[in-house]
Every structure is written in C-alpha cells, then in structure tokens.
Design a protein around this ligand. Structure first.
Ligand code: FES
Length: 214
C-alpha cells in the first residue's frame, strides 16, 4: 500500500435504488459514517468548556472532511449525545461494518489525526491499527461477536469487560459519579445509588425498576 498516494477525488458511486412513500429514490452506498457529538444538538458534555472539554467548533471537522474529499465515501454527522458522556469529547466512526469509538478528543491535533486514520482505512480497504496519537483514544464500546484473533485492532490495549465500579454509574445516564463527591443520591434496596444531576434522580425515583438491571 502506498500511504502517500492521495485518494481519488471522485470514487465511482455505487447506487442503491430504494422505495419510500411509494416512490423510487437513488442513494449512494457509502463506506462509512463519522458521528461527532455536538452541543448544537442538545448534548450535556461534549464540546462544553464549562465541563472541562475542548470547545466545539464544527468547522474543524467540516474543513478536514471537505479538504479530503470524503463526501462520497464517509458521511459526516453532528449528532446529539452518543452515550459515554464522561469520556467525551466523543466520536463514533462506522466503517467497513465496524463501529470504532473515540474518546477524550480534547486536543486540536486529534481532529486531523482522526481524519488521517479514516484515510488510512480507506486506502487499505480494511480496518488498520490507528496512529500512536490516536491509540489511547480508540476503544471498543460494543461487545464484540468476532474472535479477537481475527481483529486487527486486538493488538491495542482494549479495555476488558470489568464490572468493577459499576455501582458508581448513574443508572439513568451511565455517567461515572464519584461517591465521595456525589451531591445526588438515594438509598434503594439497601444500597446507595448515585446520580450526576437532580433530573436523573427524579427519573429514577419515579420508576426504579426501569433503570436497574433485572
Ligand atoms: S454528551 Fe457527548 S456522548 Fe453524551
């Protein structure tokens, strides 16, 4: 593989014909989608300096995406909350059938590094290990169903499933709450349950069974 070779500007589009509302539409079939958690869509933490995160600027992502001519290969979406708020700024890259999660994108240099990685995957035509800059930011959020020995990312120190500390999680939003400093909590069935905010506590108190695993 020649890493220095640019991606062709206009890849040959593969077109899907889909029916919707009784009409036929054509849409390009893509290789992936990059989702960026954006405060513009009502999230709680990512991109919010008051929460200690790098301020969000959608142009940082848009300029990289446009400059690399990724439009016909990887769609760019600014989303609402992706879920793991405690480790944001967060991004999710779905590509070649995989979901690659990125956390703690709180340095400007990580944004071009993320797009470099997308280009490396596209050039290789498969998932490849990330650069050293990104390694500590990539993790596996979904429980894998394929054997690790076939996974090119298994060489990374992926987090292992571990229930330690599960009692620290706000059961409503899954935010990691430090019991030593938690301001919002209730006693429920002999244990203390911690919340990140009064809104989570209210939801829990209204219907605890909806939030605790059976
Ligand atoms: S606010 Fe970004 S993942 Fe929840």
């Amino acid at each position: 593989m020649d890493d220095s070779a640019p991606l062709p500007l206009q890849p040959k589009l593969q077109i899907l014909k889909l029916q919707a509302r009784g009409e036929e539409f054509r849409i390009p079939q893509l290789l992936g989608n990059l989702f960026i958690c954006s405060p513009a869509n009502g999230n709680c933490c990512c991109g919010r300096p008051e929460k200690g995160r790098m301020p969000f600027d959608n142009r940082q992502y848009e300029q990289e995406w446009e400059a690399r001519h990724l439009r016909a290969r990887v769609h760019l979406t600014f989303s609402g909350c992706l879920g793991p708020c405690a480790v944001g700024n967060n991004a999710l890259l779905q590509i070649h059938g995989r979901s690659l999660w990125f956390k703690d994108l709180n340095q400007p240099a990580l944004i071009p590094a993320l797009f470099d990685y997308i280009e490396q995957i596209l050039k290789a035509g498969q998932i490849v290990p990330p650069s050293s800059l990104l390694q500590g930011h990539l993790y596996e959020r979904y429980i894998p169903t394929t054997p690790a020995e076939d996974d090119p990312l298994a060489v990374l120190s992926m987090p292992t499933p571990d229930a330690d500390g599960a009692e620290r999680l706000d059961p409503v939003c899954f935010m990691d709450v430090d019991p030593a400093t938690a301001k919002h909590f209730v006693e429920y069935q002999g244990r203390t349950i911690y919340f990140c905010a009064p809104s989570c506590k209210r939801l829990f108190v209204k219907d605890p069974a909806a939030y605790l695993p059976t």
